[in-house]
Structure formats: C-alpha cells, structure tokens
Design a protein around this ligand. Structure first.
Ligand code: NAD
Length: 492
C-alpha cells in the first residue's frame, strides 16, 4: 500500500527531487480530505530536467532497441502488479469509479504492450535497391520530448506519449495536470526506474512550467493533450524554435441516430448512454451532442431516458454499484451547470437521469446528477461548446443531409458516431469530418489502441496509438548511396 497522504516528488536524472512548495490534491468525493501532495516545480527545476534529458539523449538515441523493449516490459510487469493500489489512488484523487480507473490502467498497459510488440518492425530501416543504387529510409529519434497531459485520463494520456517516445530513443520531460497528479506519478516513477537516469523525467506545476517546456530551445517535440485554448498558447510558445508537435485537443463529438435505428435495442441504447456519461462525461471523445431523425425522436427520447435511468447510479467511486462518481473539480462543475442553466433559461427542458445512491455524500462532494437537455438550439452554448461533464443535449434533424450538416457545424472534429443499419450508417459516417467515426458504438467503447487516434479541425494534429502513434516520435532520415554520383545535366 502507498503512504497516506501520498507524497509525490519530481524525478530528475533518475533521482527524487524535493521542492520547497507542494500542492495538495483533494478528494472530489470528500473535498475536505487531502489525498496527497504534488510538487510545485520552479522554472529552474524545469530547465534542469530539460538539460538532463538533452544530455542523456546523446547516449540513449543509440541504445539497442532490444534493450529498450526489455526495460519497458519490466515496467509493464511492475505496473500490472500494482494496478489495484494505483487504481485506488486514481479514484480518490480524480473521482472516477474504481472500475473506470482499472479500465484506464488496462488500456494504458494494452498500448504499452502494443508499442513493445510493434516498435521494432515499424521503426526498422526500409532499404530499397533501385536502378540508381540503394536508399536507406531510417527512423531517427527526434530529441527531447516535452509531454503535457490533462486530468481526465492522466495515466493513459501520459503513457500514450511516454512509451513510444522513449522506445524510439527520445528522452522526455513529463508534466501531468495538478488536478490528478498522484497516480500518474506512481506509474511514471515505475517506468523511470527501469530506464537509465535522465531518460524519463517528471516535473509538476502550472502553466509557467508548461510554458518553459514548450518554449525551451532544447526541446525538439511537444506531445500535448488538453484544451484547444491551451494549445493555441503552446503553438505560439513553440513557434520560435519550430518544434514538432502532436496535439490532442478538445472535442464536441456528435452522435447521429438514423431513422432505421432500433430504439428497442436495449444494448445499443445502453452503449449510447455510456458513451455520454462514462467518467461523468469528462472524456474528450464522449458523445456530446445527440442528433436524432425527427421520425423517431419522441420514441428515442423515451427509450433513452429509460436506459439512462437503468445504467446511471451516482455515488462513491468505491461502491461497486456506482457507475458515475463526482466531477473532478468545482470549476468544471460550475461551468457545466452554467451551460445547463443557460439552455434552461432559453426554454430548454432539463431532465435528470439515474439514481443518487447516497444523498449526504452527494451534497458533500463535487457531484452532479446527469441530465439530458431537450429543445436546445444548434447555436446554444450547450450544443456549441465542449461541456466535459454529465449532460447531453438531444436535438431532432430533418433528414441525413441535415444531420451531416449539424454534425460538421463545429470547430471540432475528434470522434463521432452513427447509429442505425450498417450500410446506411456507413454512408453517413464517410461524410463526417472527424478523426474517428464509430458505427453503433461510441467513445471509449469503440477505441482500439492498434489504430490511429486523433482529431481534425481544431481537435488537434497528428495521431496517437497504432503505427502512426509510434512513428510520431521519429524523424525520417534518408541515406542515399547512388550509383551515378554525378548528375548528367551539370556541365564539367
Ligand atoms: P488544459 O488544457 O487546461 O490542461 C492540460 C495540461 O496543460 C495541464 O497539464 C496544464 O497544467 C497544462 N497547461 C496549462 N496551460 C499551459 C500552457 N500555457 N503551456 C503549457 N501547458 C499548459 O486541459 P485539461 O482541463 O487538463 O483537460 C481537459 C481538456 O483536454 C478538454 O478540452 C479535453 O477535450 C482535452 N482532452 C483531449 C483529449 C484528446 O485525446 N484529444 C484527451 C483528453 C482530454
């Protein structure tokens, strides 16, 4: 078992690094309880971590691939052995139900294993013999990677970067979010301990640390998951030194329910409810707007509410009957409530869903009963903005063209889903602007670490997961051995 409260240190050059200032992290279920303390690193600490990563890169980039894979597999094994303790910390600091924390760790391990299994093949030299000699297309490590992750899935959205980056021969400085810093630090420590000092460094802090990580000239690549507004600052900070970037940003994912969707299909309806409310709706790829063909709208709403009432049980993340815990923080709760209040003030109907299992606890923590919002307009903030919380608007559409228009009418394009008969759904899916579109399922239920994930439009650039997620931490290096060394058209 880990200590209580949990004390986290930064990790610089393989050593635990104490800071003068520490930030408490409260338990969103019982906000008076401090789960642990994370360091608040200074800019000097951050520069030191970057310098160490920069110096270590010169040796790590040439280390044998087999050695890197073996080290990562040892880390995977240790994380597996400690899954239940790490999941418990995550549920305490984050508020997500225990099954959800365990699921996050399982997906992280799945990806780390995929990375170990495939990195050698994906990054191997492509040697081409041709009419003018030979060309080797190599994949080189890029350098120091700054990884910055958000609070909603802190472990998976950090390991999604750490594993491919260091397997490819890069070194890294990781900064998790102060709103869920503890469990991810335990995982990072396990990984860092399996690698030579300086390969994986960990710092904590707010935006000032983030600015250093994204502007320091020794950083070659930024791997960021977080909000679109933050990404705009990062792009500006990185501009002076032209850094490589993978950006996984906000989403406002549409779920389109076609006229041939069977509203009596209870399993499908349950999947749709889960795709709106898992992790209290705090997932980038959650379905955040539901558009339903007007010919089935009334029946759909009735059956959706029935399914939601069955699945949604709000309460203590450690209660096995609970499907949804509290929201992670008060600011998020206030923001989501303001979107709901705004819609209601304009005439929309707000319907509460599911059961609250413990009313006293509900009043103590950052809890929010899930809702559907009926009668909102396409340009209302609850439809336009990423709510990132347990609410979802349901809007009718006239025909498929109209649905496609409404779904694409957004600055975002992360994931989306189409619900109905497969052929019909496929035709509609092909016309949606999104990085991923799922048929008859959505959100994490349709995620597969073997295939690339990322957004279009302002939902990001680049891809994580799959082969693209491994290649993202490399530069292409072409080595030419031409037979004809002199070009015929250049005069003697
Ligand atoms: P955020 O943008 O507020 O913070 C993300 C991280 O950036 C944190 O570690 C934060 O400390 C750091 N940061 C803040 N200001 C910075 C700056 N100026 N420079 C560098 N770093 C800075 O996001 P959040 O509230 O933690 O997470 C929620 C957002 O993340 C949502 O918009 C969600 O959609 C998005 N998200 C996207 C994906 C995806 O894969 N596309 C996945 C999860 C979350």
């Amino acid at each position: 078992m880990f200590e209580n409260p949990i004390i986290i240190d930064a990790i610089i050059n393989g050593e635990k690094y104490k800071t003068e200032k520490q930030e408490p992290r409260e338990n969103p279920t019982h906000p008076d309880e401090i789960v642990g303390y994370a360091p608040v690193n200074t800019l000097e600490d951050t520069v030191k971590a970057i310098d160490v990563a920069y110096d270590t890169f010169t040796t790590w980039r040439t280390s044998p691939m087999d050695e890197r894979i073996e080290r990562m597999r040892k880390a995977i094994q240790k994380i597996k052995e400690q899954t239940s303790e790490i999941a418990a910390i995550l549920s305490r600091e984050h508020g997500k139900a225990l099954y959800d924390s365990e699921g996050e760790i399982a997906v992280s391990l799945m990806w780390m294993e995929y990375a170990c299994d495939h990195v050698k093949e994906v990054l191997k030299n492509d040697v081409q013999e041709h009419d003018n000699g030979k060309t080797i297309i190599a994949k080189d490590a890029i350098g120091v990677v700054s990884a910055i992750s958000p609070w909603n899935y802190p472990i998976s959205l950090s390991t999604i970067k750490v594993a491919p980056a260091i397997l490819a021969g890069n070194t890294m400085v990781l900064k998790p979010s102060p709103l869920a810093p503890l469990a991810v630090s335990k995982v990072t420590e396990i990984i860092a301990n399996e690698f030579p000092p300086g390969v994986l460094n960990l710092v904590h802090g707010e935006a000032d640390v983030g600015v250093e990580l994204t502007s320091n000239p020794k950083v070659a690549k930024i791997a960021f998951t977080g909000g679109t507004e933050t990404a705009k600052h990062i792009m500006k900070a990185a501009a002076d030194t032209i850094k490589h970037m993978t950006l996984e940003l906000g989403g406002n994912d549409a779920a389109i329910v076609l006229n041939d969707f069977d509203v009596n299909d209870e399993r499908a309806m349950r999947r749709l409810v889960i795709s709106n409310f898992l992790t209290a709706g705090q997932i980038c790829m959650i379905a955040k707007r539901i558009y339903v063909d007007k010919s089935i709208y009334e029946r759909f709403v009735e059956k959706y509410i029935e399914a939601a009432n069955k699945w949604i049980r709000v309460g203590d993340p450690f209660d096995k009957n609970v499907t949804i815990g509290p929201v992670n923080n008060q600011k998020q709760l206030t923001f989501v409530q303001s979107l709901i209040d705004d819609a209601e003030s304009k005439g929309a109907k707000v319907i509460k869903l599911g059961k609250i299992l413990d009313q006293n606890l509900y009043e103590e923590g950052y809890f929010m009963q899930p809702t559907v919002v009926l009668g909102a307009n396409q340009d209302d903030p609850i439809v336009v903005e990423e709510q990132f919380g347990p609410t979802v608007p349901i809007l009718p559409f006239d025909d498929d063209e109209h649905a496609i228009h409404l779904a694409n009418d957004s600055i975002y394009g992360l994931t989306s889903s189409v619900w109905g008969k497969e052929d019909h759904a496929l035709k509609v899916a092909r016309r949606i602007q999104a990085g991923t579109t799922m048929i008859n399922t959505a959100a994490i239920q349709g995620l597969d670490v073997r295939f690339p994930f990322g957004g279009v439009k302002q939902s990001g650039m680049g891809r994580e997961y799959g082969k693209e997620g491994l290649l993202a931490y490399t530069d292409t290096h072409v080595i030419n051995l031409p037979k004809e060394l002199d070009l015929p058209y250049i005069p003697e």
